[in-house]
Design a protein around this ligand. Structure first.
Ligand code: SF4
Ligand code: SF3
Length: 549
């Protein structure tokens, strides 16, 4: 059956028919890239096997291997990289690394899993053929075990993305790096129980929490603590570059290289929160934010008279009208789109700058509109006393965390409707790109605070968790007893890792939508409902009634 499919992938929310992409990815991933990604993941599992053996024998693994493992996992995350040739190069590199690690763990001579013993062919076509045989469905596993194994793997991909962002800023953590080998090796075991898989999934969540903390430290040490900031969300006359994705370091490099050139820099998508960091907002030509969430990019970039740089997810197939002015860097890639290579501040964006000059930019200013962002843990906790007092006096009735990924499905209007209908004395915390459903609306104030508090990027879920923990401490209760409801939207695997972090913290009663993950089997779903009371979103009215009741 599986061989009749050109590919199989069900890792994201928009998977075909809510079951799996089998002919072509809804995201644009073709069967060749799917096979190469599957082969790279298979290789990483083999690397995990040898890495784990070396570590358990007290050996060390070079940082460059950790870095490769995290980057490779990140490359296979939804909407990051669609360039087959990049995957071929990474598979070649993985073969070399695996050989080196195998050499070092010579004591392993029996019970070598197939993924560890395997060596990929050198030719691309053969890699594709073999990758097709080694994907998600290649092992005949019981439904719940397969579901949990993929849950662990997708959580690892999200974790890897955050580890990569911290690493480029010079922040790494040894036990976090070593966890990747342990978890990848674990996915090779064919006799783990459901309980063992659940434990590993929760461990991914715990590690992800540590990783989000590390990234928060990396971001705030380097760029300062985000502060409430009014950001321009309309166009300014003049040449420009739009920077999208999540990478604050790439944005800084672009800001440095465009300083004094007359080129304006706009953030896009998940880079909006960058405007609130003191060390980034000091660049006057970081002019504001352009556009909405990722799924609107083809419309918003159509014939754009400036350049776009995609630093990470979410990239969509560029339309012809802007394929000569969109660039990728870091893990992001699309075939035939110019890629700016290099590391950190060594990256040279002069090609982008020259093209932005040529294109000339917008010819006039749009009527100005600004929105307020920058409510990370530092800014919110500075108001903690006022918030606690307002709750005690009954001025603030409830907190809603409405956030997560955005996506193309119409059902995602749920999140906007929910934000519109929560009580007027409730505070809405939001984060990640799902906020574009409502972040340009005026929600007014409550107890002297804005009702809508934008906490930041998806990884700033860590900030939201810190705020919730501080409130629980102030009220001397458990987080689950706070007047706080989490209504989350998921799309890709970073959201999976964050969900696992919330489960690891034993946060219950999360509402999740717009649909439940296809890779979660009915048995695993039952367990999640039983243990964490996670519920699918229904209608804003019904959910509000249940949450406030
Ligand atoms: Fe389909 Fe999502 Fe996989 Fe793309 S990432 S192939 S849309 S399931
Ligand atoms: Fe968005 Fe892709 Fe997930 Fe970082 S940019 S949240 S979807």
């Amino acid at each position: 059956m599986k061989n009749e499919m050109a590919m199989f992938c069900y890792q994201c929310e928009q998977t075909a028919g809510g079951k799996g992409c089998t002919r072509m990815g809804v995201c644009g991933k073709d069967p060749e890239v799917a096979a190469l990604q599957d082969l790279l993941i298979y290789q990483l599992k083999g690397i995990g096997f040898y890495g784990q053996r070396i570590l358990s024998e007290g050996g060390n693994i070079d940082d460059s291997v950790h870095s490769f493992v995290a980057q490779s996992l990140f490359y296979t995350l939804t909407n990051v990289n669609f360039d087959a040739d990049r995957f071929v190069r990474m598979i070649d590199r993985s073969a070399q690394l695996k050989r080196e690690l195998a050499e070092r763990s010579r004591s392993v001579s029996s019970n070598i899993p197939a993924a560890a013993g395997y060596q990929p062919p050198a030719e691309k076509d053969r890699m594709i053929d073999e990758g097709r045989e080694l994907g998600v469905l290649s092992d005949d596993l019981p439904e719940d075990i397969l579901s949990l194994r993929e849950l662990v793997l997708y959580g690892l991909k999200g974790l890897a993305a955050y580890a990569h962002h911290a690493e480029v800023l010079g922040y790494t953590d040894r036990s976090l790096n070593e966890f990747f080998y342990r978890a990848l090796d674990f996915t090779l075991g064919d006799d783990h129980s459901v309980a063992a898989y659940v434990d590993m999934a929760l461990e991914v969540g715990r590690q992800n929490l540590r990783c989000m903390e590390l990234l928060d430290r990396a971001n705030t040490d380097r760029f300062g603590n985000p502060e409430p900031t009014e950001v321009l969300v309309t166009r300014k006359k003049g040449p420009f570059i739009v920077v999208s994705g999540h990478d604050l370091y790439d944005l800084t490099t672009i800001l440095e290289q465009t300083e004094g050139t007359g080129i304006n820099v706009y953030t896009h998508g998940e880079l909006l929160p960058a405007n609130a960091y003191p060390e980034l907002k000091r660049y006057n030509h970081l002019i504001g934010n352009y556009g909405g969430a990722w799924q609107d990019q083809q419309k918003e970039f159509d014939e754009i008279p400036g350049c776009v740089v995609m630093t990470t997810n979410c990239i969509q197939k560029p339309r012809e009208s802007y394929s000569d002015r969109i660039f990728t860097t870091g893990p992001a890639g699309w075939p035939e789109v110019s890629h700016i290579s290099g590391e950190g501040s060594d990256k040279d964006f002069s090609e982008v700058i020259a093209r932005a000059r040529e294109l000339g930019g917008w010819s006039e200013d749009e009527k100005e509109k600004r929105i307020t962002i920058g409510f990370g843990h530092n800014a919110v906790l500075a108001e903690a006393d006022r918030i606690v007092e307002a709750v005690q006096e009954g001025k603030i009735s409830h907190f809603f965390l409405i956030g997560g990924c955005d996506g193309a499905r119409g059902r995602r209007s749920y999140y906007e409707e929910l934000a519109d209908t929560v009580p007027g004395d409730a505070i809405i915390l939001t984060l990640a790109c799902g906020k574009y459903r409502f972040n340009k609306k005026d929600f007014g104030t409550v107890a002297g605070l804005p009702r809508l508090l934008d906490v930041g990027q998806c990884n700033d879920a860590h900030s939201a968790i810190r705020v919730a923990s501080a409130l629980a401490e102030a009220f001397d209760c458990d987080v689950n007893e706070l007047p706080l409801s989490l209504v989350l939207s998921w799309y890709e695997q970073k959201a999976v890792s964050i969900l696992l972090s919330l489960f690891a913290l034993d946060i219950r009663g999360i509402r999740l939508g717009p649909t439940l993950p296809a890779f979660v089997s009915p048995g695993v779903l039952d367990a999640l409902v039983e243990n964490f009371d996670v519920q699918p979103t229904t209608t804003p009215e019904e959910d509000l009634e249940a949450l406030l009741g």
